[in-house]
Ligand binder design. Structure first.
Ligand SMILES: Cc1cc2nc3c(=O)[nH]c(=O)nc-3n(C[C@H](O)[C@H](O)[C@H](O)COP(=O)(O)O)c2cc1C
Length: 455
C-alpha cells in the first residue's frame, strides 16, 4: 500500500506538533512517550541543540549523554571511532573510545531543564555515571531531579575509559555492585531508575536479576561490546590509532543486534526477571529491528548508531513503518504485540526433531553463480548437484536442511526451505515423516538418554 506509507511519512515529517500516532504511545516504567523510539545516550543526545532537533523531528524521547560529577572529562583528540564496513561500504559496526560527557555538569543540567520545559510530552531520561560511593549519588541525584527529567539511567555499561576508573562496566560486571548502587539510587530519588547493562559478561541474567534485587524499575541493554575493530598493517597500531597506540573500544551498530536480541530474550524469559521492563538497544536501524526487540519483550527501544549514520530524520520511517505493520497485523497498541515472541524462544532440547525440511532451488530465479554448490560440496553435505547447462539441483538423499545454501545465495528467495508433510518420505533417513512433536529426550537415538540408561 505505497500511498498509505507516503501519507504516514508526511504526517510524521510535516507536522511536528502532532506528528505521532496515538497507537505508538508508550508508557515505559512510568515514563510516557508518544512513540517507543528513544535516542540512546551518546553524542546525538549530548546537548540541547541536538536533542531539540531530534524531538522536533519526532523522536519519542532521549537518554541524555552520560553525566558525571565534575571535574570535566578529557577525551582523546585523535580519532574516536573505528568501523567495520560491508562490501558496499555500508556501516556494519562502529567502535568508539569516547568517554562520558566532557561538557560541564551545570551546563548540561540547564539544557536538560530547558528541553523538558519545551517538550513536556517526550521522555527525557538522564544517564549517570559517578564513582561507586553513595555520597556521589546523593550529590548528583537532586541536581537531576531539579531539571524535571523523567528518570535516570545508570550507566553500568561503557567498557572503556571509565571502567578503568572503577565505573561503567566495572560495576556492571559484578552483580553485587549493581544491586548495591541501584539500591543507593532508589533510596535517594523518586525518579524511575533504569539500569543499563553491559554485554561484556557471560550470562546477562545475573546482572539483570541484581538490578531487580536492587529495586530497579527497568533495565536497558545492550551497551557496547569490548572490541578492537582492526589493526593497521603499516603501523601495526589498533584502530582508531592515537599516536601509534590503540585501545579496546565499545562496539555497536547492526553487527551487534543478534547479541542484543538474545540478551533481551534471556531476561524476558527468565522466571526471576519476567515482567521487568526492558528498553532494547543494539543495532536498531529500521522499524523491523524495533518490532523484533518489542516482540522479544522490550517496552521501548533506543537507537544510536543508526542516527549517527543517517541523521535524525530516520524517525519518520521508524514510526510510519512500525505503525503500518501494526495496522496490517491488527495491533492497536504496542502492548498488543510486546513479548509475543518470548514464548517461542526455547532451549535446544525442546526443538521439534520431527520438523523436516529440504532446500529447493527456483530455476527461474537462479543466476547460475554456483555458490550454493561450492559451499555445499566443500563445507557441508554434498547435497547439491551441478547438471549439464550449469543448473543446480538439491539431492534430497543428502540434504540435512542446514540452510547454508539459502544464506550464501545472492538472490533473494531463489533457494528456500520446504517442509515435508506427514506421509512424505525423508529420502535421507528412509523414514516416513511423522506429524508429531519430538524432542531430544524422546528421540530414539538420543545420546543423553543412552548415557542416563547406562548410568
Ligand atoms: C560514540 C558513542 C558514545 C556513546 N556514549 C555512551 C554514553 O555516554 N553512555 C551510554 O550509556 N552509552 C553510550 N554509548 C552506547 C549507546 O548508548 C548504545 O548503547 C550502543 O551504541 C548500542 O546501540 P546502537 O547499536 O544503536 O549504537 C555510546 C555509543 C557510541 C557509538
Amino acid at each position: 500500500m505505497p500511498p498509505k506509507i507516503f501519507i504516514n511519512i508526511c504526517r510524521h515529517t510535516t507536522n511536528n506538533e502532532d506528528n505521532q500516532l496515538s497507537n505508538l504511545q508508550t508508557n515505559f516504567a512510568g515514563i510516557n512517550s508518544p512513540n517507543p523510539f528513544w535516542l540512546a545516550s551518546a553524542p546525538p543526545t549530548d546537548k540541547e541543540y541536538n536533542v531539540t532537533r531530534a524531538l522536533k523531528d519526532g523522536w519519542g524521547g532521549v537518554v541524555w549523554k552520560t553525566l558525571g560529577l565534575d571535574p570535566h572529562i578529557v577525551n582523546v583528540n585523535g580519532p574516536r571511532y573505528g568501523a567495520v564496513w560491508g562490501r558496499d561500504r555500508s556501516l556494519l559496526g562502529l567502535n568508539n573510545i569516547e568517554l562520558i560527557t566532557d561538557r560541564p555538569l551545570e551546563k548540561n543540567l540547564q539544557e536538560i531543564k530547558s528541553v523538558k520545559r519545551n517538550f513536556p510530552d517526550r521522555a527525557l531520561v538522564v544517564s549517570l555515571m559517578v564513582p561507586c560511593e553513595e555520597d556521589a549519588w546523593k550529590k548528583i541525584l537532586p541536581m537531576v531531579e531539579d531539571t524535571n527529567a523523567d528518570g535516570v539511567e545508570l550507566n553500568f555499561g561503557c567498557p572503556h575509559g571509565m571502567s578503568e576508573r572503577g565505573m561503567g562496566s566495572a560495576v556492571g560486571q559484578v552483580p553485587e555492585y549493581i544491586s548495591m548502587v541501584t539500591r543507593w539510587v532508589k533510596d535517594n530519588t523518586r525518579m524511575p531508575v533504569i539500569v543499563k547493562l553491559t554485554p561484556n559478561i557471560t550470562d546477562v541474567r545475573y546482572p539483570a536479576r541484581a538490578a531487580l534485587n536492587g529495586g530497579a524499575d527497568a533495565v536497558s541493554l545492550i551497551n557496547t561490546i569490548s572490541s578492537i575493530t582492526s589493526v593497521n598493517l603499516d603501523t601495526f597500531s589498533p584502530e582508531p590509532s592515537i599516536d601509534g597506540k590503540g585501545t579496546h573500544g565499545g562496539y555497536c551498530g547492526p553487527a551487534v543486534k543478534p547479541i542484543a536480541l538474545n540478551m533481551v530474550a534471556e531476561i524476558a524469559r527468565d522466571q526471576e526477571t519476567a515482567g521487568l521492563p526492558i528498553s532494547g538497544i543494539g543495532g536498531i536501524t529500521n522499524w523491523r529491528d524495533a518490532a523484533e526487540f518489542i516482540l522479544l519483550g522490550s517496552g521501548s527501544v533506543q537507537v544510536c548508531t543508526a542516527a549517527m549514520t543517517f541523521g535524525f530524520k530516520i524517525i519518520a520511517e521508524l514510526t510510519s513503518g512500525l505503525e503500518l505493520w501494526m495496522e496490517q497485523k491488527g495491533f492497536d497498541r504496542i502492548e498488543d504485540f510486546q513479548g509475543r515472541a518470548v514464548g517461542n524462544v526455547t532451549d535446544w532440547q525442546y526443538l521439534n526433531l520431527n520438523y523436516i525440511t529440504k532446500a529447493r532451488i527456483n530455476q527461474d530465479l537462479c543466476i547460475k553463480c554456483g555458490r550454493c554448490y561450492a559451499v555445499c560440496e566443500d563445507t557441508s553435505h554434498q547435497a547439491i548437484a551441478i547438471n549439464e547447462g550449469r543448473t543446480f539441483e538439491v539431492i534430497d538423499e543428502e540434504c540435512v536442511a542446514c540452510n547454508l545454501c539459502v544464506n550464501v545465495c545472492p538472490v533473494d528467495n531463489c533457494i528456500t526451505m520446504e517442509q515435508l508433510q506427514e506421509g512424505d518420505y525423508d529420502k535421507r533417513t528412509g523414514q516416513p515423516v511423522i506429524d508429531t512433536y519430538s524432542n531430544w529426550t524422546q528421540h530414539p537415538n538420543n545420546v543423553l538418554a543412552c548415557t542416563e540408561e547406562q548410568e
